[in-house]
Design a protein around this ligand. Sequence first.
Ligand code: P6P
Length: 351
Amino acid sequence: MSNDSPVLSWKSPAPTDSRAGITLETYILEGMMGFPAASGAFTSLLNQIGLAAKLITSKVRRAGLANILGYTGETNVQGEQVQKLDEVANETLIASLGRRRHCAAIASEEMEEIKILSTDPRAKYVVVFDPLDGSSNIDVNISIGTIFGVLRRPDTGGIVTEADFLTPGKDLLAAGYVLYGSSTMLVISTGVEGGVHGFTYDPTVGEFFLSHENIRIPERGKTYSINEGNTAAWTDEVKRWNAWIKEEDKETDRPYGCRYVGTLVADAHRTLLKGGIFAYPADKKARGGKLRLLYEANPFAFIFEAAGGKASTGRERILDIVPEALHQRVPLVLGSPHDVDVFEQFMRGDR
Ligand code: P6P
């Protein structure tokens, strides 16, 4: 056999500190091994979310063919038309999280009430999720996503109640999202110490591979992301910030470029990787903001802070807010520390 045969010429990669290329399952398992006290339940729960992401992405990629587009004619708790893919994603997450009995209950954008998945006292976790964020973009083939957060139940024992979910985002154990874009990517964090890591899905082998190790948001960006169609409804403070960011001023690298997809997962992911700011402020139409605290704002705030970014309402830190209701809305500003600080200065009237 010649020396240049593929078998002989293949050399195992030299061991490095980089974990690039490992699978999501390996990353999660190694995370458990870093915590000897871990029972494996948290590891198993995260892997069930990874499985759900694979199942949903296979349906999203075939949505146009599998006749699961279009409206079901029903409306969800948000009063929005429920698209079939929303229901499919919701049911997939419920089935996957319910399979191993580690998840006591879930709260979903698609359901008014929480859903109990396990009455086993050993079920220590509850999960919040938006199963398919950006559903209005499904039919026009624009990126959509799934958002999730994992909380540990208070050690109250007994059956889970809605109160078990009404805890500040700073108590999250893990948060992440799946972006069904030009490729499918899962981004997950277990907090500042663990960092933020991105896994890209390879449909040919059915695995998520580590592609973006230790994501860090730039201190400042060059892009702002807001729905300019809401300008008439904005407060004066937001209008002045918006005018400022579009002014030409070479010394302060303005104007910023504008990007707005209309899917939070897509706009937030771009902001996380490139820097800049995403804002969905309160306005005269939505005085409490539009986006949901528990399963949209909190998971992204957790991820942005873990990546060195900031997340606020424009006036207060998102992760400190004590929720009062399951589907509570909140103004949301995510981004680079510099850019969020400037936005907050306008909101305080300091600029
Ligand atoms: P608007 C999608 O419906 C969503 O909930 C988020 O994903 C997105 O950021 C926002 O609403 C877009 O809202 O009012 O700009 O269309």
